[in-house]
Write a protein that binds this ligand. Structure first.
Ligand SMILES: CC/C=C\C/C=C\C/C=C\C/C=C\C=C\C(=O)SCCNC(=O)CCNC(=O)[C@H](O)C(C)(C)COP(=O)(O)OP(=O)(O)OC[C@H]1O[C@@H](n2cnc3c(N)ncnc32)[C@H](O)[C@@H]1OP(=O)(O)O
Ligand SMILES: Cc1cc2nc3c(=O)[nH]c(=O)nc-3n(C[C@H](O)[C@H](O)[C@H](O)COP(=O)(O)OP(=O)(O)OC[C@H]3O[C@@H](n4cnc5c(N)ncnc54)[C@H](O)[C@@H]3O)c2cc1C
Length: 633
C-alpha cells in the first residue's frame, strides 16, 4: 500500500464502518450490498466484467439469485457495469416502473415477467413540452384497435433508449385523447410482422454509448385496445373514455426517476471525490517551504478548497437522496390509495432537487477532474468517462431549467396562499413567516454564529426573500400592464433563483436533520463539520443573497472566509477516511488514480502498456503508411 495513503488512514477519529452503515441505511444493508458485490458478482465464475456479452448473463443471474428489490438490482448492476450506464438502465428505471404504476392487474400479470422494453415519449420536435407531442392514437371501435401515427417529421419518436432493433416492446406517449390527457401504450412491435414502422439509431452522441438511442416513425400502425395502460384511464370497447383522477398521473414515472436521480448525483459525486482525494493524498508536487520535500497536493489550501466542499456536497446529496426516495415512497403509496393531496409537493420537490443536484454534481465532476492535473484527463482516471455519462442528467428526465420553473410554480402558488391568509405545511411552511420576519440587518457581532440550526435559519430566510422578490417581479410586470404569461416569462430569472435557494435550504436542512440523528460521537463530530462546511461554502458563494436578506452584515463577510479556511483545515486529517466510507470497490470505480491502495504510478504504467496502441513495438501504421512513403523520398 502506498505509504501516504497508509499514513492518512492512521489516527482515525471516527468509525468508518458506522458511517458506511449510515450511508447504506443500516449495517444489514451494508452486509447485503457487499454480499451482492463480493459473492454474487466478483466471485461468480460467469462474471465477465462489463463486456457486452455479459448483458444476457446479468439478466439471467438476477433471476437465478432472485434479486427483485430495485435497490438490490441497482447494486448488482452498478457492480456489473461500474461507473458507466448500461443498455438495460432504461428498462429497469423507466419501462418496468411504468408497468408497475400504470398497468391494471390483468396487464401487469400479462406483461411484467416477460418483456424488456424502452420508454418512447420524446419526439424530434418536443421533449420538454409534453402537451405539444404530436403522435396520434385514434381508436377504431370496429376493430377494437388504436391506430398509432406519426403525422409530421417532428412527431417521430426520438431518443428512446435501449431500443432493440429486433423487438420493440415500448411504452410511448401519444397526443391527448381529450383535453390535456396523455396515455401510455404498450406496443409489442415485432419488426418482421409489422408494416408501417420505421426505426433506426439517432446517430453518434456526446457519450452514453452503452445505450442505443433510436427513432421510431409510425405510419398508421394498429395495436390492440388492451395495449393502452389502463390503471388510471380507460377506453371502453364502445370508445367511451374514463378519465383518470388526475391527468398528471401519467407523468408518474418521471417523478420516480427524478427522485432516483437525486441520490445518484450524490453517488457520482462521491465516486469523483474518492478518486480526486485519494490521488491528492499520493501526488507530490512543487514545494511549500523552499528546500523541503514536495508536499502532498492535498496540503495545498486551494486543493482543499476545490475538493472538501464537494466532499461535503456528496454527503449532503446522498442524504437528500435518502429523504427524496422515502418521501416518494410515502406519497406514491398515498396516491395508490387515491389520495393525491401531496402530489404537487412531490412533483415540486423531485423536479427542483433533480435539477439542483445534477447541475451541482455536473460542475463538481469537472472540478475533480481538473484537480488531478494531466492524469485527470487520462481515461485511466475514469473521470472523463464519469463526466460524459453523467452530464446528460441535466437534460433528460426533465431539462433542469424547466424543472426549476416547475418548482417555482409551486413556490409562487404557496406564496399567494400565504398572502391570502392560508397556513402552509410541509417543505414550504417557512413561507408562513415571510411577512412577519424582520428583514433589517440584525445587530450581530462581527463573529458569525456557527450553530448549524442558525445556519439553516439563515438559508430559510434567504429562500423566503428570493421567493418574495420573484413574486414581486411578477406583480410589477403585471402592474406595467403585462399579461400573466409575459409577467411570468419576464420574471423567470428570479423564479429559477428562488427555486435554487429553496432547494439549497432543503438540502442543508436534510443534512442537519441527518447529523442530528447520528448517535456515535466520532461520526457525529465529523459529519457536523462537513455540514458546517457545506453551509459556509454556500454562504461564500452567495454572500450577496445573505447580505440582501439582512442576515449577514458587511462586517461579518470576512469571517465567512476565515471560517471556511478553518473548516478546510479541520476536514484535512479525515479526508481520505471520509471517502473510504463511501466504500466504492476498485473494480467498480475503475480508476487508476482512485485505487484503494494508492499505488497509482505502477498501475498507470501497466494501464498504458495495455493500450491497443502498444500491442506491437512498432505500430502497423508505420509499415502501412510511413515506410512506403520513406521509400519514395
Ligand atoms: C438507479 C438509477 C439512478 C439514476 C438514473 C440513471 C439514469 C437515468 C435514467 C434514464 C436516463 C435515460 C433516459 C432518459 C429518459 C427520458 O428523458 S424520458 C423523457 C423525460 N421527459 C420529461 O421529463 C418531460 C419534461 N416535461 C414535463 O414533465 C411536462 O411537460 C412539464 C414541464 C412538467 C409541463 O407539463 P404540463 O404542461 O402538463 O404542466 P403545466 O401546465 O406546466 O402545469 C400544470 C399543472 O400540472 C402540474 N404538474 C406538472 N407535472 C407534474 C407531475 N409530474 N406530477 C404532478 N403534477 C405535475 C404542475 O405543477 C401544474 O400544477 P398547478 O400549478 O397546480 O396547476
Ligand atoms: C442521453 C439522453 C437520453 C435520453 N433518453 C430518452 C428516452 O429514453 N426516452 C425519451 O422519451 N426521451 C429521452 N431523452 C430525451 C430527453 O427527455 C429530452 O431531451 C429532454 O426532456 C429535454 O427536452 P428537449 O430535448 O426537447 O429540450 P428543449 O426543451 O427543447 O430544451 C432546449 C432549451 O429550451 C429551454 N426551454 C424549454 N422549455 C422552456 C420553458 N418552458 N421555459 C424556459 N426555457 C425552456 C430549455 O431550458 C433548454 O435550454 C434522452 C435525452 C438524452 C440527452
Amino acid at each position: 500500500m502506498n505509504p501516504d495513503i497508509l499514513r492518512e488512514r492512521q489516527n482515525a477519529t471516527f468509525d468508518i464502518e458506522k458511517l458506511t452503515n449510515i450511508l447504506d441505511g443500516g449495517a444489514e444493508r451494508t452486509n447485503r450490498r457487499r454480499e451482492i458485490r463480493e459473492v454474487l458478482v466478483l466471485n461468480d465464475p460467469d462474471f465477465d466484467y462489463g463486456t457486452p456479452t455479459s448483458l444476457p448473463t446479468m439478466i439471467l443471474k438476477l433471476r437465478e439469485y432472485g434479486i427483485s428489490d430495485p435497490v438490490e438490482i441497482n447494486w448488482y448492476k452498478s457492480m456489473y457495469w461500474g461507473t458507466g450506464r448500461e443498455a438495460l438502465g432504461l428498462h429497469y428505471v423507466m419501462f418496468l416502473p411504468t408497468l408497475y404504476t400504470q398497468c391494471d392487474s390483468e396487464q401487469f400479470n400479462k406483461w411484467v415477467p416477460l418483456i424488456i422494453g424502452t420508454y418512447a415519449q420524446t419526439e424530434m420536435g418536443h421533449g420538454t413540452h409534453l402537451r405539444g407531442l404530436e403522435t396520434t392514437a385514434t381508436f377504431d371501435p370496429a376493430t377494437q384497435e388504436f391506430v398509432m401515427h406519426s403525422p409530421t417529421v417532428t412527431s417521430i419518436k426520438w431518443w428512446p433508449g435501449g431500443r432493440n432493433p429486433l423487438f420493440l416492446p415500448l411504452i410511448f406517449l401519444s397526443i391527448p385523447l381529450s383535453a390535456s390527457l396523455f396515455d401510455l401504450f404498450l406496443s409489442g412491435f415485432a419488426l418482421p410482422t409489422c408494416s408501417g414502422i420505421v426505426i433506426g439509431d439517432i446517430g453518434p452522441k456526446f457519450g452514453f454509448d452503452a445505450v442505443d438511442n433510436g427513432y421510431l416513425k409510425l405510419e398508421h400502425v394498429r395495436i390492440p385496445r388492451e395495449n393502452m395502460l389502463m390503471k388510471y384511464a380507460q377506453v371502453k370497447p364502445d370508445g367511451s373514455y374514463v378519465k383518470p383522477l388526475s391527468s398528471k398521473l401519467t407523468y408518474g414515472t418521471m417523478v420516480f426517476i427524478r427522485s432516483l436521480i437525486v441520490g445518484n448525483a450524490g453517488i457520482v459525486l462521491s465516486q469523483c471525490c474518492t478518486i480526486a482525494i485519494r490521488y491528492s493524498a499520493v501526488r507530490h508536487q512543487s514545494e511549500i517551504r523552499a528546500g523541503e520535500a514536495e508536499p502532498q497536493i492535498l496540503d495545498y489550501q486551494t486543493q482543499q478548497h476545490k475538493l472538501f466542499p464537494l466532499l461535503a456536497t456528496a454527503y449532503a446529496f446522498l442524504f437528500a437522496g435518502q429523504y427524496m426516495i422515502d418521501t416518494y415512497n410515502r406519497i406514491s403509496g398515498d396516491i395508490n390509495q387515491g389520495d393525491l393531496s401531496e402530489m404537487p409537493e412531490l412533483h415540486a420537490l423531485s423536479a427542483g432537487l433533480k435539477a439542483f443536484t445534477t447541475w451541482t454534481a455536473n460542475t463538481g465532476i469537472e472540478v475533480c477532474r481538473m484537480s488531478c492535473g494531466g492524469h485527470g484527463y487520462s481515461r485511466s482516471s475514469a473521470l472523463p468517462d464519469i463526466y460524459v455519462e453523467f452530464t446528460p442528467s441535466c437534460t433528460y428526465e426533465g431539462e433542469n431549467t424547466v424543472m426549476m420553473l416547475q418548482t417555482a410554480r409551486f413556490l409562487m402558488k404557496s406564496y399567494r396562499q400565504v398572502q391570502a391568509g392560508q397556513q402552509l405545511s410541509g417543505a414550504v411552511s417557512y413561507l408562513n413567516k415571510v411577512h412577519h420576519r424582520v428583514m433589517a440587518p440584525q445587530a450581530v457581532s462581527s463573529q458569525l454564529d456557527l450553530n448549524l440550526n442558525t445556519l439553516v435559519d439563515l438559508y430559510e430566510i434567504r429562500a423566503a426573500m428570493l421567493v418574495e422578490l420573484a413574486a414581486q417581479s411578477i406583480q410589477q410586470e403585471s402592474a406595467r400592464g403585462k399579461c400573466q404569461e409575459d409577467s411570468w416569462n419576464n420574471s423567470t430569472i428570479d423564479l429559477v433563483r428562488a427555486s435554487d435557494a429553496h432547494c439549497h435550504y432543503m438540502v442543508l436542512k436534510m443534512f442537519r436533520d441527518k447529523v442530528d440523528q447520528i448517535e456515535d460521537p466520532g461520526v457525529h463530530s465529523v459529519m457536523s463539520t462537513l455540514a458546517h462546511l457545506y453551509a459556509i461554502h454556500g454562504m461564500g458563494n452567495f454572500t450577496g443573497d445573505f447580505l440582501q436578506a439582512g442576515v449577514l452584515t458587511g462586517a461579518q463577510v470576512p469571517s465567512v472566509s476565515k471560517c471556511l479556511k478553518g473548516l478546510l483545515a479541520e476536514v484535512r486529517p479525515s479526508a481520505v477516511l471520509l471517502v473510504d466510507a463511501f466504500d466504492h470497490h476498485d473494480k467498480m470505480l475503475n480508476s487508476v488514480l482512485g485505487r484503494h491502495d494508492g499505488n497509482v504510478y505502477e498501475a498507470m504504467f501497466e494501464w498504458a502498456r495495455s493500450s491497443p496502441l502498444n500491442r506491437t513495438e512498432v505500430h502497423e501504421s508505420f509499415h502501412k503508411h510511413l515506410k512506403p512513403l520513406q521509400a519514395k523520398l
